[in-house]
Structure formats: structure tokens, C-alpha cells
Ligand binder design. Structure first.
Ligand code: IMP
Ligand code: MG
Length: 184
């Protein structure tokens, strides 16, 4: 297995300050578009946990109270290439019927993960399911899927940090970076 450390970084894409600024702007957009000041956030594990943690605190600053739950889906094995349909590893347990749900993920890539998760949430009776991703890689989309809220649109490169991993590493980096040459 290829190991990775901070010397493997090719490009710093967004530093902590730029991310903080954009997360704050997203919270303003989300708060303004809500039918009420109450929201159920469902994060996709594991990649969304850092973004979601910052986002809920920004939403709080803008008067939105939240309930939080998570689903775990797996579409990637080791490496950087998606290997087909997502599998539901862990379901959320909150009752979402009659609620507005915001589905949160780190990155929208082929679209399979969020398409699957959004359908699942609607089947569980949510009134409305909106989606929010920190990063959007539109060049890789294989399904017609658009997120309602996007932090940054990014090119087709492999990105790590701020929750995003390569082989389980780099999630704790406070910035987003492109790796030198990740093996697939
Ligand atoms: P999708 O189902 O192809 O849209 O894949 C979404 C999932 O793939 C995300 O939740 C990420 O976990 C992972 N992913 C896609 N692109 C990247 C990347 O550049 N870096 C790290 N993880 C990625
Ligand atoms: Mg993920």
C-alpha cells in the first residue's frame, strides 16, 4: 500500500482560512433558503465529519438549530478509483419524516453516493432533501446529479485533507491539497 505524508503534497488548494470563509458563506445561503429554522443534517461517513462539524456551528451562528445523524456508505476500496455502486454500511436512525434534511458530504464525484443517499432519505419520508458538498468535481459525473450547495468546484485531481482521505490517511489536515501522484 502506498503511504502518504505531507511531503507528497503537490498543490495546496485551499488553506484553513479560505475554507472557514467559504463554510460561513454556505451557512448563510443554507439558512436563507430554509422553510424553517430547523434542520436535520445527515453526513456521509467518513469523509464529511470535519466539514459537517464546522458547518453546524456556522449554521448555529445564523440561527439554525440542527439534529445530526450519519450514514456510512462505501464506494471506494483502497486507492483512488470508485468501484461501482455504493453499499450501505451504516444507516441513520433519526426519524426524518416530515423534516427538511440536508445531506452533507465531502465531495461530489461520480454522483453515485449522493444519488443513492438522497433516494434513501426520501424513501424514509423526509419532506425535502437538499444536498451540500464542500467540493464538486463535475468532470467525473456519471449520473445527472447536482448538489444544492457547493463549497468549491474543483478539477479532476485527487484531493485530500479536511476529512478527505487517501487510503484512510490525511483526514486530519486542516487544509485541502492535491497529492503528487496517488496510485490507484
Ligand atoms: P461518488 O459516489 O463517486 O460521487 O464519490 C463520492 C465519494 O468518493 C466521496 O464521498 C469521497 O469519499 C470519495 N472521493 C471522490 N473523489 C475524491 C477525492 O478526490 N479525494 C478523496 N475522496 C474522494
Ligand atoms: Mg466519502
Amino acid at each position: 500500500m502506498v503511504s502518504v505524508n505531507e511531503t507528497s503534497v503537490k498543490n495546496l488548494l485551499y488553506n484553513a482560512q479560505a475554507i472557514r470563509q467559504r463554510v460561513s458563506e454556505l451557512a448563510v445561503e443554507i439558512a436563507a433558503g430554509l422553510p424553517s429554522g430547523d434542520l436535520v443534517l445527515i453526513g456521509i461517513l467518513r469523509g464529511s465529519f470535519v466539514f459537517l462539524a464546522d458547518l453546524v456551528r456556522e449554521l448555529h451562528r445564523h440561527g439554525v438549530s440542527t439534529q445530526i445523524d450519519f450514514m456510512m456508505l462505501q464506494s471506494y476500496g483502497a486507492g483512488t478509483v470508485s468501484n461501482g455502486d455504493p453499499k450501505l454500511i451504516k444507516d441513520f436512525t433519526l426519524d426524518v419524516s416530515g423534516h427538511t434534511v440536508l445531506l452533507v458530504d465531502d465531495i461530489l464525484d461520480t454522483g453515485r453516493t449522493l444519488d443513492f443517499a438522497a433516494r434513501h432519505i426520501r424513501e424514509r419520508g423526509a419532506d425535502l432533501c437538499k444536498t451540500c458538498v464542500l467540493l464538486d468535481k463535475p468532470a467525473r459525473r456519471t449520473l445527472l446529479f447536482q448538489a444544492d450547495y457547493v463549497g468549491f468546484e474543483v478539477p479532476d485531481v485527487f484531493i485530500v485533507g479536511y476529512g478527505l482521505d487517501f487510503n484512510g490517511r490525511c483526514r486530519e489536515w486542516p487544509y485541502l491539497a492535491q497529492l503528487e501522484s496517488p496510485a490507484t
